[in-house]
Design a protein around this ligand. Sequence first.
Ligand code: GLY
Ligand code: MN
Ligand code: MN
Length: 475
Amino acid sequence: MKGIKIALGIFKVPAILILLLFSSISSTSAQQNFYDSDQLPSSFHQQRRELLRKKLGPSTCAVIFANPIRNRSNDVDFQYSQDPDFYYLTGLLEPNSVLFIFSEPVSFNGAMIDELIYVQERDLKKEVWNGRRLGVEGVKEKLQFKTVVSGKQWKDSPPPIESFTKVLVKYPTDIREKSGTSGSLNSMVYNLKESLQDAGKEMAAGSLMNALASLRQIKAPEEMVLMQKAVDITLQGLSEAIKACKPGMTEYQAQAIVEFYFKHKGSEYPGYGSISGSGINSCVLHYVTNRKVLEPNDMLLMDMGAEYHGYTADVTRTIPVDGTFSEEQKAIYNLVLEAQLAGIEKAVKGNKFNDPNQAAKDVIAKGLVKLGIISKPEQSGVYFNHGTSHYLGLEVHDPGLYGPLEPGMVITVEPGIYIPEGSDCDKKWWNIGVRIEDDVLITDNQPFVMSDALPKTIEALEELMQQPTLFDQIK
Ligand code: GLY
Ligand code: MN
Ligand code: MN
């Protein structure tokens, strides 16, 4: 973008040329990362395709599209983010691509193949704007695909779907009306729909999504390395923000300290919109405005996660802005902590997915009655109005089958109590919002709390808040 301003500043460019220039800025860079040596190897993605193929059932073809480029406004797009299933199976970070996996080998252009990928071609003019593309040869060489075809060649080399009884398609979301230029994601979606029309082979993609969820819910050791790195970066950021927190700071300044560590330690992005909510905003579950000034009696709830090579952390700590919990804050906080510890205790193999949730809900329901905030346990949903756990991985809310807990699953345990102003209880509880969230690996033995290094007892948090940090000097 900087380059455009300079060019326009120096030269008086005719309006039509400006339009042409701008129209060439079609996508924000989605370049493959050639710089980090700790990325998942192509063999990982290749093995995931093998595992998926085995789950497909006979005479079945699975089709998974890359994510579309999403427009922000005018000629500016959002930073490209690959579809997690497509990434899991290919390792390819570029748009305008689609993967076919066949349950049995099929003839294609004179060879027998069991997988096929259409990708965007190299295009030096576009690469000058948006970064290097792998192209057909690059995908063969770097990502262990034998059969790679340019999306522009679809009509000449269409996918061999006729010999399969079932075609299961995971379509991209928000596809636009028109079919678009040859080789674009849209045109491939439309080409596929055309081929499938009348053939009656397309089935609901539910079984494909289930097969993918059954794979993705169990993390391989290579994935765990990246997840632990994402968690460690997050803990470092949160720990500094906890030390730096004081009245007069803003919610976004607390967020900035955490996100400084994300970038500083090599995380590509936050895995989701960072939540930094104080006072009444601590009671908004997915608050991302983050503009309020922190006041002495506020709680500050920080729910943030670094994304590292695709994998995200999801950790929450809640602290008193002035460094000392009031009696009411203490009572709510300790209740949430007791619920969280009860939930974690149930995060063991063989338990139902809902067991940690049930344990946490029971503790909070009883506790809220005891504090006089509700009169009957059944009312606790007013103040604890979300589930306790979700799977975590490539997505903050990762897919899974919600069956019994198994070793290799990573789940969050994150109970909370939120009492916004105007709630039907004594005013002294108003605007206290507390969530405590850790990332937990299910093992053969005890739960492994990946984010355990970050303090969460009242004593340990109050002590951490006393410690100096570099950020004390930043005005
Ligand atoms: N950060 C969103 C969640 O905890 O689910
Ligand atoms: Mn969270
Ligand atoms: Mn979560």
